[in-house]
Design a protein around this ligand. Structure first.
Ligand SMILES: [Zn+2]
Length: 78
């Protein structure tokens, strides 16, 4: 059954600079504002309106956003 524990921690971050994809495991109760691409060294920052790089460039939203399940506004992790 889907519930509060239905949070995915595996994500794939895609670098907007070079397109490199990196599999990452997100921390459950925090997320990341900066992320450095392993391939080209670009420092990624969240896009406007997103709380972290996982939300902007990952395949899934960050754990705090998943946990709040669409409650925009409280879905902040910084
Ligand atoms: Zn890159």
């Amino acid at each position: 059954m889907a519930g509060m524990s239905d949070i995915r921690l595996q994500t794939v971050v895609t670098c907007p600079e070079c397109g490199h994809k990196t599999a990452e495991t997100m921390p459950q109760d925090a997320c990341q504002f900066f992320y450095d691409c392993k391939a080209c060294g670009a420092i990624l920052k969240p896009r406007p309106g997103d709380c972290c790089v996982f939300c902007s460039y990952g395949t899934v939203k960050c754990p705090p956003v998943q946990a709040s399940d669409g409650e925009r506004g409280s879905a902040r992790c910084a």
